[in-house]
Ligand binder design. Structure first.
Ligand SMILES: Cc1cc2nc3c(=O)[nH]c(=O)nc-3n(C[C@H](O)[C@H](O)[C@H](O)COP(=O)(O)OP(=O)(O)OC[C@H]3O[C@@H](n4cnc5c(N)ncnc54)[C@H](O)[C@@H]3O)c2cc1C
Length: 399
């Protein structure tokens, strides 16, 4: 019998599976998608996530796949630069964009070198198996049943594992969706990869060079109620109307390269309880994260480290169910404070963005004071980023 079934091979599931099999734990990883390129995957890793990668011994893997650092953050309000902050902002590593599909493939390929690992892809888990009140495995959509000592739900924000286990998710009020575009990069982004946040007249977007060569990523913020037609014919002109002259010219010249956008729903929330006998949720399944300031993947890696610290020693010695279930509550207790704080900070950042986007008075005020107080505003912003970049609690891999 497999010891652990992990449902979902996103950043949480793929990394945890590798950590487990490297430590001799028999692990089956199940992924619904046929290949990891089919699902939208964020790219931003903060210093806290890069530190987690280093602790897991995965920095050489990261070096071998497409990645690109952010050189600076710049805010543009109306036609003015509010401020610019250069990376690494006092950290030992700059914020880095990492192409997730190759990262997930590399994690799985490395796990496959271990005889303890089994990977099933292209078949979703559709239900859980029960033995009395304890969850004892999963049922796949093709009818297969897999028993396990422990089921780990890492199947993302719409987690079926969470629903079938009867674990509640309390969501924050929905405020934004994101239209995600890709288009040809301007050489200026290649030389100096600035993450621009541009806000004007009720509209706002971020644009930066993604991990993949030659591609800009552009995230256009929509109020959740906004039914904007994504096939809107004139996106180039819309972006250009908000941008500095050189960027506006680029949007107009690259009109033909703008790919049809994906509408991504932003769900933010937290399960009051992440576990029950025989099962735990980690990553977005337990606490779906907002895209603001790239937290979700970083939190996922840090969940993985804490889960491994508690579970590996128990699973190596075939501990009893009582000890395993106690460890599940300890994992939540250790991770929850950081998740609560990160979600609060993300909400504050989102609120500031919303005020600048939608409140003409606030925008005008900021534009007036920027020439005199720009440096103060910049320092205030940098101070507010510390926990979002470094993490809130100490996370150390000890197994
Ligand atoms: C627009 C947007 C941009 C973002 N950008 C960033 C960013 O730059 N940096 C960052 O840190 N975070 C970002 N995030 C957040 C980040 O994407 C998530 O927090 C992170 O992906 C969570 O990882 P996960 O492994 O827990 O879940 P996911 O990445 O959602 O992975 C879950 C996996 O489970 C699989 N699955 C689902 N159901 C089943 C099933 N029934 N059976 C088997 N498999 C299943 C899915 O196919 C998927 O592969 C962004 C989020 C959004 C919405």
């Amino acid at each position: 019998m497999t010891q652990v079934v992990i449902v979902g091979a996103g950043p949480t599931g793929a990394t945890l599976a590798l950590l487990m099999v490297k430590r001799g734990i028999r692990t089956t990883l199940i992924e619904a998608a046929k290949d990891s390129y089919r699902v939208f995957r964020g790219e931003g890793l903060m210093p806290s996530g890069l530190d987690a990668i280093a602790q897991m011994g995965l920095s050489p893997m990261l070096e071998s796949i497409p990645h690109r650092q952010i050189d600076a953050w710049e805010f543009i309000l109306g036609d003015r630069q509010l401020f610019r902050v250069d990376e690494p902002m006092g950290s030992n590593r700059p914020c880095t964009l990492v192409s997730q599909p190759p990262l997930l493939e590399a994690l799985i390929a490395e796990a496959q070198l271990h005889p303890e690992f089994k990977f099933i892809s292209g078949v979703p888990v559709k239900d859980l198996l029960w033995n009395g009140d304890r969850i004892s495995g999963v049922k796949l959509a093709d009818g297969r049943e897999i028993s396990a000592t422990l089921v780990i739900g890492t199947d993302g924000r719409n987690s079926i594992v969470r629903q079938r286990a009867g674990l509640d998710l309390v969501t924050q009020e929905k405020s934004i969706d994101v239209l995600w575009f890709k288009l040809a990069a301007h050489p200026r982004f290649v030389a100096d990869n600035v993450f621009y946040s541009i806000l004007n007249n009720g509209s706002g977007f971020s644009v930066f060079h993604g991990a993949e060569d030659g591609k800009l990523h552009l995230a256009w913020v929509l109020d959740a109620e906004d039914k904007t037609d994504r096939k809107h014919a004139d996106w180039a002109e819309t972006f250009a109307s908000l941008s500095p002259a050189w960027m506006a010219e680029h949007f107009r010249n690259s009109q033909d390269t703008i790919e049809s956008p994906m509408r991504l729903s932003v769900v933010v929330g937290r399960c009051p309880c992440w576990h029950r006998p025989g099962i735990i949720l980690l990553g977005d399944a337990a606490h779906p994260m907002s895209p603001v300031r790239a937290q979700g993947i970083n939190m996922a890696f840090r969940d993985v480290i804490v889960a491994a610290n508690y579970l590996v020693p128990l699973l190596k010695t075939e501990a009893n169910f009582g000890d395993i279930d106690l460890a599940l509550s300890r994992i939540q207790a250790e991770r929850e404070p950081e998740i609560i704080r990160a979600q609060q900070l993300q909400a504050q950042e989102a609120w500031k963005g919303e005020q600048l986007r939608n409140n003409g008075f606030v925008r005008l005020l900021m534009m007036q004071v920027a020439p005199f107080l720009g440096d103060r505003i910049r320092q205030f912003w940098v101070k507010g980023q510390y926990e979002l970049r470094q993490g809130v609690t100490e996370v150390r891999l000890i197994v």
